[in-house]
Design a protein around this ligand. Structure first.
Ligand code: ADE
Length: 457
């Protein structure tokens, strides 16, 4: 992307416009900015709206924390008149978030963060709602994907939500006239936050972005339990394979890789972990996993799952020595972890879609390697992403962060910010309340003891 340093004071200028200035919506543009059309929905089949509505209703039943936030937002209207541009997986759970923001007064303009994860029925249902537009079609090509992001940006957003940083990146590279109107936003993924940090380090990031992935609650639930379960879910749906007794190689032992490894072991797989980080590798060893370099794991593994956020983790050299029938799946955000081009280069034949989301690559000696979801994020392509109960927490955090930004944005400099600890605690409390779980509170004597350095043995 084009590097651009925001003009000195541009953030101040945005802040000094105050609430009225920040509430630009389509059609009320900053002076001097080229007029653009407001966002319009572009979905595959509007006739799917009723099916989508039912699917959203089912997901919302499992999202009680968002339900509690919705009730607050309806009363307080934290986003009254604000335009929100969102680039997220277009799923029933995302629709739950969109509905909560709409209830809080926002106009939400949603684009897909991955063309293969779009649920066309959900897109149709949302596009039929007041206060939302949706630009998302499953299977959209790259050109359409970016047109959809531009369409969402056409609302001249006051707030942004991203999943992978493509929207924020496009905004800075190609829609700089919109920068001054953005109060801030939040980013969902580890990959997206890494990109934001690189933008901030280069002095390019023009507004505050909150790293929603870094919150304690999120790390625990979303990556470990959400990705852990849904990646395995995607592999099973795509292959109907039995995991018990299989050698499963998990690349990356961050919180997502940890969750995947735990779940695979829970289903009876013999799990090998590969890592580049010695601390994480040690953690994996201490948890009883077999840790190997990928070069040593490649000839013995039967199912490979990448969750590193890095590229070329399974390279052509690894693919060349794999066993007949191996299954290759990526659980990371981008389709760069498995060298798909290298795989195509090794293959003498490709049998696409031997099952939905499973392509078979045949090597010269007859070995067959099965690539799931084209090497894209398997849990959202071959399954439905994290269960709603997990997204409840993730999206509750994002909803509260956005309300906080709408209220307190003035004090925040451009850059990457953590989720405020108070919001993290609030989310955990909401989740516990929705589960009907009560916990203890510190007594004054305990508080005094913990706050003091005077008490010893
Ligand atoms: N990311 C992971 N799972 C998801 C889901 N179900 N909906 C939206 N984004 C997701």
């Amino acid at each position: 992307m084009a590097e651009r340093r925001p003009a000195a004071g541009s953030r101040g200028a945005a802040g000094s416009r105050g609430a009225a200035g920040s509430r630009l919506t389509a059609g009320s543009r900053a002076a001097g900015a080229a007029p653009v059309q407001g966002p319009r929905s572009d979905v595959a089949d509007q006739g799917l709206a009723a099916a989508g509505l039912a699917r959203i209703g089912w997901a919302e039943r499992a999202m009680p924390a968002l339900g509690l936030i919705r009730a607050h937002f309806e009363a307080e209207q934290p986003f009254a008149g604000l335009a929100v541009a969102a680039c997220l997986h277009v799923t029933a759970e995302t629709a739950g978030l969109v509905n909560v923001l709409r209830a809080g007064g926002a106009q939400v303009h949603l684009a897909a963060s991955n063309p293969l994860s779009t649920q066309d029925d959900v897109a149709a249902a949302l596009a039929a709602c007041q206060g939302a537009t949706v630009s998302a079609r499953s299977g959209a090509d790259r050109k359409t994907y970016y047109e959809h992001i531009h369409s969402a940006l056409d609302c001249a957003p006051a707030l942004v939500i991203d999943d992978g940083c493509d929207l924020v990146n496009t905004l800075h590279a190609e829609r700089q006239e919109l920068l001054a109107g953005v109060l801030g936003g939040c980013e969902s993924t580890t990959t997206g936050v890494a990109r934001l940090r690189r933008m901030a380090a280069a002095g390019t990031l023009g507004f505050p972005m909150v790293a929603a992935n870094a919150s304690e609650t999120r790390r625990m639930l979303d990556n470990r339990y959400g990705t852990g379960q849904s990646a395995i879910d995607g592999i099973i749906r795509a292959t109907n394979t039995l995991l018990a007794g299989k050698v499963v190689v998990v690349a990356g032992f961050g919180s997502a890789g940890t969750g995947i490894a735990e779940r695979a072991r829970g289903l009876g797989a013999r799990v090998i972990v590969t890592e580049v980080d010695p601390v994480r590798a040690l953690d994996a060893v201490m948890q009883g996993f077999h840790v190997l370099p990928m070069a040593a794991a490649a000839p013995v593994g039967e199912i490979f799952i990448t969750a590193t956020g890095s590229r070329g983790v399974i390279a052509a050299g690894h693919l060349a020595v794999m066993r007949d029938g191996v299954i290759l799946a990526n659980a990371g955000h981008f389709d760069v972890e498995i060298d798909v081009r290298g795989l195509a280069g090794l293959a003498v034949a490709v049998h696409p879609q031997v099952r939905p989301h499973a392509d078979e690559y045949v090597l010269a000696d007859g070995r067959r390697l099965i690539l799931l979801a084209e090497g894209r994020i398997v849990n959202l392509v071959a399954a439905e992403g994290h269960p709603a109960a997990v997204m409840d927490l993730s999206f509750a955090a994002q909803a509260l962060v956005l309300a906080w930004l709408a209220r307190d944005h003035a004090g925040l400099p451009p850059g990457v910010h953590d989720v405020p600890a108070a919001i993290d605690a609030q989310i955990a409390s909401l989740m516990l309340a929705s589960l009907g779980t009560e916990i203890d509170a510190l007594t004054p004597a305990q508080r005094d003891y913990l706050d003091s350095w005077r008490y010893g043995s």
